[in-house]
Design a protein. Structure first.
Length: 331
């Protein structure tokens, strides 16, 4: 690892992290743990990025993931990759002490990153709600640049707030339960798959109903992510098949110690009405209960139609923020 002075705070500095194992260990222990920041996921994403630790008083207190594609006007999130921003170390402090410490860490980190990267964009984890440290960066010297905040939403199901999967099932929209019964009546069977080509074929078919033909770059990115997640043991593909063995629908999910994520859904438009989409999602949510996950993240509810479908599973609209920093002055 290499380090550079961060700011005027005593013994505060940014450290370049070149160890995937050290990075992943920090992310997995953080309250902002996210599958999208783990090395196995980043390998499939294929971006140029820098992993940074922020050290204060001899302790690593935060991390930052800086995505640096060729386009200097990049705005987070990178496609299919949320919450790639900062993560904090676990903290024993509580109440006002925790608030004060968080503010100090985030303020120092924001200043340090802004000095090193005149253009950068961060997608923050939903648990980060006190962003004053970013808002106040260069407060008295605005000519040195400022962070702009924009708001997005994801859909979160708090699995740990239900006594059982059956308790959860009773809370969702009736149409979703009816879909699952329709799929069962149609004789669909749900099974795991490692056939990435089959999944990508279904994924491409999903867009055909809208008259959209995904370009090769788009499909290649999805393929790389799916391969990487499977190879790293971070997720699975589930496929719904009809009695003839034909794949009618599929989902790709990923997991970290606390959360399961709905990454991709794919359906052959010829079988849209068989209820497989809902049946598959209910199966992976049930798997979340069985494996002790606390949260199921629908990964974005920022378009009307998809947002309505995802919230119909009792996914609570949950805000997260995107930060963009721009400074044309070279320091």
């Amino acid at each position: 690892m290499s380090s550079t002075p961060a700011n005027s705070q005593n013994s505060a500095r940014l450290i370049d992290c070149t160890s995937d194992s050290a990075w992943d260990a920090f992310i997995l222990a953080s309250p902002q743990c996210s599958i999208f920041s783990l090395s196995g996921y980043l390998a499939g994403q294929g971006t140029t990025h820098t992993k940074l630790f922020y050290e204060m008083e001899g302790q690593i207190v935060a991390s930052a993931l800086i995505i640096t594609p060729d386009d200097s006007k990049f705005r987070a999130p990178y496609p299919y990759s949320l919450y790639q921003g900062i993560a904090l170390a676990p903290m024993a402090a509580q109440g006002h002490s925790a608030i004060s410490k968080h503010l100090k860490i985030i303020s120092g980190l924001a200043d340090a990153i802004s000095r090193r990267y005149p253009h950068h964009s961060l997608c923050l984890h939903p648990s980060l709600t006190d962003l004053r440290g970013f808002q106040w960066c260069n407060y008295h010297t605005p000519d040195l640049g400022a962070y702009e905040l924009s708001l997005s939403y994801t859909g979160i199901i708090r699995l740990d707030q239900f006594s059982s999967f059956e308790d959860f099932l009773s809370s969702i929209r009736a149409a979703r339960r009816q879909d699952a019964k329709k799929a069962e009546k149609a004789g669909l069977r749900i099974e795991p798959s490692h056939d990435v080509d089959e999944f990508i074929h279904l994924y491409a078919l999903t867009f055909s109903r809208q008259g959209i033909v995904p370009d090769d770059l788009h499909l290649d990115l999805v393929r790389r992510i799916v391969h990487s997640v499977l190879n790293a043991g971070l997720g699975q593909i589930l496929v719904a098949r009809n009695s003839a063995g034909q794949a009618t629908s599929a989902v790709m999910t990923a997991t970290d110690p606390n959360c399961a994520y709905y990454l991709f859904g794919a359906t052959d438009p010829a079988f849209r009405s068989n209820g497989a989409n809902s049946a598959l999602l209910l199966r992976v949510i049930q798997d979340g209960f069985l494996s002790g996950k606390k949260v199921f993240d629908m990964i974005g509810i920022n378009s009307p139609q998809r947002g309505d479908f995802k919230t119909s599973f009792n996914a609570a609209p949950t805000p997260f923020f995107i930060l963009n920093f721009n400074n044309s002055i070279v320091r």
